[in-house]
Design a protein around this ligand. Sequence first.
Ligand SMILES: O=c1ccn([C@H]2C[C@H](O)[C@@H](COP(=O)(O)OP(=O)(O)OP(=O)(O)O)O2)c(=O)[nH]1
Length: 202
Amino acid sequence: MRKVRLELGFSDGESTALTAAIPGRQTVTKVKIEGVDALKVLVKKLHPEAMIPGRGTPLSSGLDLHALDVVKAENVKKPYDTETAAFTVRAGERVLVRTGLALQMEAGIEAQVRPRSGLALKHGITVLNTPGTVDADYTGDVGIVLWNTSREPFEIRKGDRVAQLVFAPVLHNVKLVEAAELAETERGAGAYGHTGTKGGCK
Ligand SMILES: O=c1ccn([C@H]2C[C@H](O)[C@@H](COP(=O)(O)OP(=O)(O)OP(=O)(O)O)O2)c(=O)[nH]1
């Protein structure tokens, strides 16, 4: 008989350890967790035509974000333009795609705005500041800084899924402590190609 130990850490810093006996030389191949609620993130429509994002498949990391309108940088504060059905992003141009949605997240969660790979590969459409950071305490429109890297204009219709939103854990309680010296490491100050590109790592 062998024992395995599982430790659960909670958001308030508490933790609990569970110990279970497993017979003989068997290994644990599956851990099933029940009774754990999904993390809830509030979403508010800032315009009735805004669309709530969803996952393509249950285990998709991202929820696809739908375009409500498209504005240039100087017009981000303007009211939504829901009269225009299709917006053209010129070759090389960057725009803000507004979703008409606002979020409210608990401390410890951030949302990241990321490109969709199909649009990137087929049309050269990416998110310029990827991953865009949506702070837990930001309650304005979730925007997508979209960049048409191609030589062709790209059309965005209202409702198109042009980027994806990934929720991720983030540490807020990190304190920078000034130090005169840092401990020695194998890498030291080596960076920007320090380990090369050929062959395997040692
Ligand atoms: O792709 C993005 C990036 C940012 N934001 C919103 C949410 C985020 O919380 C806020 C500020 O983003 P960030 O900190 O990246 O921008 P900044 O240029 O540093 O502005 P600020 O001074 O407002 O923090 O803008 C988006 O909606 N989409």
